[in-house]
Design a protein around this ligand. Structure first.
Ligand code: ADP
Ligand code: MG
Length: 693
């Protein structure tokens, strides 16, 4: 199934566009996140200059965008840096002030030469009774012909002007043609959505403020397309996985019975419900594809262990895959005593195992001697053969994509899959990442946990907090100290962490440091010393985010907490409050705080409910701050903004499900059009599936 010819022009290199050469081509690519014409078309305007209204100065009403031809009459540079630079200009009806804050003097003088004519556009405001325009757009009178009456304004990057982007965009729009309609006609009519090619044209020619809103019909349509492509991909993957016949696993309880009796606690209601879901799925002949979602410390491991024992009881193998070495080892540590007590043979395999050890492990996995296999993604490499893999549990923590989830399905005959995720994701986001995987939520904490007391402290008070820590440590407390993310640079993050480490070690002595650049073995060793109590304090960059369990640790200090996203803060805080003792979380911040940072920190102080925090996080971030999303590993969207388009996502999910039910190979007319949609959003993986049938 080759890419439809209709799309060829859209997949051309940007450099085929007017004004885009090899040099600024790189800038374009950086700006729009891709090398082709289509990527530019998906770069949407954020504003526009409306030059349709051109009153005389004396008639210009407040609050409206106006375009006027004026003569510059006087420059009034700012005497002090924090005052604006003003320029007076006039037409035959009156004088208006053009105001610039923090602007470069030379630039202003070049743009607005004394006594010359200029065309300015901007919003008219009145200041002390006189009309003014702040930061107007400026053009020369000889440009009048080429000035667009409405000029869309695009997000830019240093080195690219709006003019250059517009020019290229003109060229790109020339490549847009009618494509076969992939939307359901009645759904499209109901929303009064335009054809795709019209929608793309319109989104780049906004005529009113409203058209810039993500709720505008045109932007909704484009967002829906993107979400539909996402959901269709996930549906195809699911359908595909289901097609491979599953098996029914129904153990006799011979292992689970004693396992449960040995547990020092009762399972929570949520754990029981999740297990019920899992047991039912596993008993069914269809393959299980279930997501177990639960906050840090909600007790997913026990649930996973019981699911694995179910498979083992039937004579099959079970595997548990963790995203990092540390976590794999930790899972192994937790499960070892329980599995040993039951006489279940288990092995741990990570990338660190080499040579002979590795050969022995592989042999045990191949022969079936190893009943439970715990490890990193190393256990799903091509070279690893299982005797009979019945269940794969993936402790995902957002670090694996759909892709990894699939590679393991080829490892066994109808292997059931249970994905665990520790980050509570808002429902909308769950859909984008997991499509219609079945979901069990552990929304109830094991009993007996005291809420973590969360305190905000300004940076200046860190020293007196450290004094307080000294007393706590004397009383036997163990402390995590998380250093700030300085930049997106590991080296700089490390420098900051090392500096803090030196200070704290000097003060407290038994302090360890872990960071992302350490070898896994070194990291484990330090963590181990902290877990065993040999160290009182663990200074870390965010590596501890990924789920170590030290119930004795009761204090978490997060430096520059204002730089972390809500979900990240929540994850970090989840490291404490795991035992019976009162725990504390200190969020050290340096002010002044922006509105969002302020709100984030106060949310942290008010609640520990991960699902609530996740919803807040999505709202606070909006579509704008992609950084957090990037870190979470969730899919990113160019056109859809999930804080606004959540309902469209749900609709796309239902749509996709119906499509795949009726036309799993996308052979109908609409199905063909949908293939075009998949190509448009480069869902290569989904297309691969269609190809291989
Ligand atoms: P998660 O993997 O969801 O972060 P864990 O499975 O590591 O959580 O559980 C956290 C801690 O809570 C562990 O020490 C575990 O033994 C304990 N635990 C799990 N379930 C219960 C329960 N029902 N009652 C009491 N403690 C529990
Ligand atoms: Mg766990």
């Amino acid at each position: 199934m080759a890419r439809p010819f209709d799309l060829d022009a859209l997949f051309r290199a940007l450099t085929t566009l007017p004004g885009v050469g090899p040099r600024n081509g790189k800038l374009f690519e950086k700006l729009i996140g891709g090398p082709k014409v289509l990527d530019l078309l998906f770069h949407l305007p954020v504003d526009f200059i409306d030059r349709r209204f051109s009153p005389k100065v004396s008639d210009a009403p407040a609050g409206r965008i106006a375009t006027m031809e004026l003569t510059v009459i006087e420059h009034l540079p700012n005497p002090r840096r924090n005052l604006p630079y003003r320029v007076k200009a006039r037409d035959e009806s009156g004088v208006i002030t053009l105001t610039f804050f923090h602007a470069n003097k030379d630039w202003i003088q070049k743009q607005l030469p004394d006594r010359e004519k200029v065309i300015v556009s901007g919003k008219v405001e009145f200041y002390q009774g006189n009309p003014q325009m702040v930061h107007p757009d400026i053009a020369k009178p000889e440009e009048r012909e080429t000035l667009e009456t409405i000029e869309p304004i695009y997000p830019l990057t240093a080195g690219l002007t709006n003019k250059t982007v517009r020019k290229a965009m003109h060229g790109a729009l020339g490549f847009v043609q009618k494509l076969p309609e992939w939307l359901d006609e009645s759904y499209k009519t109901k929303h009064q959505w335009a054809d795709w090619h019209k929608a793309i044209e319109q989104v780049h020619t906004p005529e009113s403020e409203k058209e810039l809103y993500p709720e505008s019909p045109v932007r909704q349509r484009l967002a829906y397309d993107e979400l539909l492509a996402n959901q269709l991909t996930l549906s195809l993957v699911r359908h595909r996985q289901r097609r491979i016949n599953g098996r029914s696993f129904e153990g006799d309880g011979s292992l689970r019975g004693p396992f449960r009796e040995n547990l020092p606690f009762e399972l929570t209601g949520a754990q029981e419900r999740a297990l019920n879901d899992i047991n039912t799925d596993m008993a069914e002949p269809a393959r299980m594809l279930r997501l177990l979602q639960g906050d840090v410390g909600s007790g997913k491991t026990v649930v996973a262990a019981l699911a694995m024992l179910n498979a083992v009881e039937t004579g099959a193998q079970a595997a548990l895959m963790a995203p990092t070495e540390i976590l794999a080892r930790q899972h192994a540590e937790t499960l070892r005593p329980m599995l040993d007590a039951l006489g279940v043979h288990h092995v741990t395999l990570t990338g660190r195992d080499k040579g002979k050890t590795r050969e022995t492990l592989l042999q045990q996995i191949r022969s079936g001697a190893a009943q439970v296999i715990i490890g990193t993604h190393a256990i799903f490499q091509d070279t690893i053969e299982f005797s009979d893999l019945g269940l794969a549990v993936i402790d995902e923590q957002h670090r694996f994509g759909v892709h990894q989830r699939l590679s393991l399905s080829s490892k066994g005959r109808g292997t059931d899959v249970l994905v665990m995720t520790a980050t509570p994701i808002p429902r909308t986001l769950t859909l984008t990442a997991y499509g219609d995987m079945d979901v069990s939520r552990l929304d109830e904490k094991p009993p007996g946990r005291k809420p973590v007391e969360t305190l905000l402290i300004p940076n200046e008070k860190i020293d007196s907090m450290i004094d307080g820590l000294e007393r706590k440590i004397k009383d036997g407390a163990r402390v995590y100290w998380v250093c700030p993310l300085v930049e997106e640079s590991e080296v700089l993050d490390l420098a900051a962490a090392e500096e803090r480490f030196d200070i704290l070690r000097y003060r407290f002595g038994k302090v360890g440091l872990v960071h992302g650049r350490m070898k896994p073995q070194e990291k484990d060793e330090v963590m181990q010393r902290f877990a065993s109590g040999e160290l009182d304090m663990l200074v870390a960059t965010t590596v501890i985010e990924v789920g170590v369990n030290v119930p004795e640790a009761t204090i978490m200090v997060i430096e520059h907490a204002e730089r972390f996203g809500l979900s990240q803060l929540h994850q970090l805080r989840g490291r404490v409050g795991r035992g019976g003792d009162q725990s504390y979380c200190f969020l050290a911040y340096s002010g002044p705080l922006g509105e969002t940072a302020k709100e984030r920190l106060s949310v942290m102080r008010e609640t520990e409910d991960g699902f609530l925090i996740a919803e807040k996080d999505l709202k606070l971030r909006g579509g704008g701050d992609i950084l957090g999303v990037k870190q979470s590993g969730l899919p990113q969207f160019k056109l859809a903004d999930l804080s606004v388009h959540g309902e469209l996502l749900a609709a796309a999910r239902d749509d996709a499900r119906l499509i795949i039910e009726k036309d799993p190979d996308l052979e109908s007319e609409r199905g063909q059009a949908l293939t075009t949609l998949l190509y448009l959003f480069e869902r290569d993986q989904a297309i691969q599936y269609l190809r291989s049938g």
